[in-house]
Design a protein around this ligand. Structure first.
Ligand SMILES: Cc1cc2nc3c(=O)[nH]c(=O)nc-3n(C[C@H](O)[C@H](O)[C@H](O)COP(=O)(O)OP(=O)(O)OC[C@H]3O[C@@H](n4cnc5c(N)ncnc54)[C@H](O)[C@@H]3O)c2cc1C
Length: 459
């Protein structure tokens, strides 16, 4: 591929300030582990409430999944509402919609007034179907039941896509933006929060203090905190919460390129099928997403994606390519709230929280997390807290699949093995990485851990 870079458009176009490494002992009221969209938005909101917040980031802020997103800000997370209505009922499905719609409004407020507005742009989101209209009609019915009158059914001819579809469900007034421009504004600009940030400071262990606080330990220092939020993508403390059983990761590929003579897309598009394609425009380019599967098992390659792009857009020229993975939950909704169920006897709360499992919809998910966690930590009620609580029922078919996948990979007579829970790793030739199909930890070819939940290097 000529002229392409193995880096995302977002990483290449915005440089973020460097922050010091954690050395010695520091202290704060709330420590946030992870400086991605979820961690930074939550730090920003908590600091605005006068809370003394520190963020500890393993690498550089905004270098995780947030660097690999396609940054659509929408409450249309696939054709999810028919599932939510049938599993949770109309009231809770409507609450899910409302929480994510509120998040769009909160992004609008944050981006407004910035010199470049973080490239924030209001537009429609479309979930299209290649397998008939029936799934779309069912979704429309569910949306009607929860009182969503803005959604529209659109015919294939209405869409800007360069191929025939069976139509789409449109959500008008959604948005897209440049995620690292937003991170820059809330950490360096006029709206910057007072949160302290440490980079290159991977937290590897947490120790409970008898007085109720926590000590978070990195290679060169530690932080004493009253409360700790795991916003580190995949929570790594396995003793509690059971995240290793109730989540897996799904990896996808993205290429960004000039689409030849074709015009930019106004709307944002996603196939309702998991194996389908995603489209949006940014900076004169089209971002084409595709291929998905557990790390080490992605069902496509950049070459295949490029070939698809060349067929769809004759004259296509790839400028960037990247891959990223997100945590998938058992019921398709994120886990936001207390890290595990009940505090110890005699404790008001255990002071551990998480925001994870965004199912590839972590832009609005991160914003919702920042609101829910800030309310809970500040001792306020939050109407979404119950819906997203991480200890909700885990008795779902996906749980059995997760356990099966882990068992198969644990039994494989193959080295090397993941330093998280010992699953056999798979070599990804294209990205030159060792990847764990069980929980998604990744290592570079020298064995350096580049993505959790593992917190240890291979050798
Ligand atoms: C291909 C793709 C496309 C997507 N497109 C969209 C989209 O269009 N719209 C949408 O809403 N969502 C989208 N998503 C999902 C969204 O990008 C993610 O859900 C979101 O970025 C997650 O943010 P985060 O802060 O939880 O994670 P991250 O951005 O990964 O941040 C977590 C941070 O924690 C750090 N960390 C990890 N372990 C430790 C440790 N032990 N100590 C300290 N730090 C640690 C990491 O280095 C990382 O920087 C997409 C996801 C993928 C994979």
């Amino acid at each position: 591929m000529k002229l392409s870079k193995d880096i995302s458009l977002w990483e290449d176009s915005v440089r973020l300030k460097h922050y010091p490494r954690l050395e010695g002992v520091a202290g704060c009221e709330v420590l946030i582990i992870g400086g991605g969209m979820a961690g930074i938005l939550t730090a920003h909101r908590l600091a605005a409430e006068g809370v003394d917040v520190t963020v500890a980031e393993a690498g550089r802020i905004g270098c995780g999944v947030t660097a690999g997103t396609t940054a659509k800000i929408t409450s249309q997370h696939g054709l999810i509402y028919q599932k939510l209505v049938s599993h949770l009922g109309t009231e809770r499905a409507a609450l899910y919609l409302k929480g994510n719609e509120d998040a769009i409004g909160q992004f609008t407020q944050l981006c407004e007034g910035e010199p470049d507005s973080c490239d924030f742009r209001r537009t429609s989101n479309y979930i299209y179907s290649m397998s008939g209209e029936q799934v779309l009609e069912q979704e429309m019915k569910a949306l009607e039941q929860i009182g969503c009158s803005a959604a529209r059914m659109r015919s294939g001819d209405y869409l800007e896509l360069p191929f025939q579809t069976d139509g789409a469900v449109e959500f008008p007034m959604q948005a897209c933006f440049h995620p690292r421009k937003l991170l820059k504004h809330v950490t360096e600009g006029e709206k910057a929060s007072s949160a302290a940030i440490f980079e290159n400071s991977r937290i590897t262990r947490l120790k409970r203090w008898p007085d109720g606080g926590w000590e978070a330990i990195s290679e060169h220092g530690s932080i004493l905190a009253d409360q700790v939020i795991f916003a580190c993508h995949f929570p790594f403390m396995d003793r509690r919460g059971g995240y290793f059983a109730k989540m897996y990761q799904s990896r996808s590929l993205v290429i960004a390129g000039w689409p030849g003579i074709a015009a930019e897309l106004k709307g944002m598009y996603l196939d309702e099928a998991e194996s389908g394609l995603s489209f949006r425009s940014a900076d004169g380019m089209i971002l084409l997403g595709g291929g998905s599967g557990r790390p080490g098992k992605v069902d496509s390659s950049w070459q295949q994606l490029q070939e698809q792009a060349e067929v769809l857009y004759p004259g296509w020229e790839t400028r960037y390519r990247w891959a990223a993975q997100d945590c998938m939950t058992l019921d398709g909704m994120p886990y936001i709230g207390p890290y595990y169920g009940k505090p110890e006897p005699g404790e008001k709360h255990h002071g551990l929280w998480t925001a994870t499992g965004f199912n590839k919809w972590g832009m609005t998910g991160s914003m919702v997390s920042s609101v829910v966690l800030t309310d809970l930590i500040c001792g306020r009620e939050n109407k979404y807290a119950e819906l997203f609580r991480p200890d909700r029922s885990v008795l779902k078919p996906q749980l059995a699949l997760n356990v099966l996948e882990s068992t198969v990979n644990l039994l494989k007579p193959k080295v090397p093995r993941c330093r998280h829970l010992g699953c056999a790793l798979t070599w990804n030739e294209e990205e030159q990485t060792w990847e764990c199909p069980c929980h998604g930890s990744r290592y570079d070819k020298k064995g350096q851990c580049i993505e959790g939940p593992s917190v240890k290097n291979l050798f």
